[in-house]
Design a binder for this molecule. Sequence first.
Ligand code: FES
Length: 276
Amino acid sequence: MNLYHPHRMRIDEITDETPDTRTFKLTFQEPTVRDAFQFSAGQFGEYSVFGEGESTFCIASPPTRKGYIECSFRGVGKVTQAMRRLGVGDTLGFRGPYGNTFPIDRMKGHSVVFVAGGIALPPVRCVIWNVLDLRSEFKDVTIIYGAKSVSDLVYKRELAEWASRPDVKLWQTVDPGGQTPDWKGEVGLIPKIVEKAAPSGEDAFAVVCGPPVMIKYTLPVLSKLGFADDHIYTTLENRMKCGLGKCGRCNIGQVYVCKDGPVFTLAQIKQLPPEF
Ligand code: FES
């Protein structure tokens, strides 16, 4: 079979998360593909609009929920703008799943801390729901999520659900000036909120995704809290095109993000060449 041949998926639901971020719930049109499809948290796909090209996104729904996948995207390029013109019942192409995964089994029996900024919540959301769907197998679950402003927070219904769960500690924050009069969360940049939340790094893993500057200033805070470099995971899903290790667009030195990643530990990222 042609490696680049996409499967046809039907858009079953559309949710507007923010003014520019949208979520599609998708199901495979061929029942045999739908029944056989499997993936793990952290993997990504190539999504295509026929005649417009492909775009790379993580699978934002967890593998513990079968029969469908979800992806969240901003309409910022040719393909994603074409995706925004599609409606419920329309068809989208999908190739995947590709890439490595977050080590859910390794995290079992430990606490997990999730730190995400802005539109980087989708890959983290996949892991969060994977962990919450198996909640009894993990210790403390802490979620720290921030965006520029209240209107930029994605998955608001799920944030409300996590906030109401006694088995989840949720910290939400917006940048100074981004709050509304009724905002009850924190105001401040994510590294500061991680410092304030101060989750213990002992016996714990961290999953961190966000803009490079957020990651840069959050990692030293996590190190200070006792998180080991090989217990801090992030995903580098940008820069990808073919997803198959063939186009050479995603490499950082000898490392191919699409095949060796997109999930890396901080210990691995420290080995990457300095241009990263
Ligand atoms: S995306 Fe083409 S080689 Fe990695």
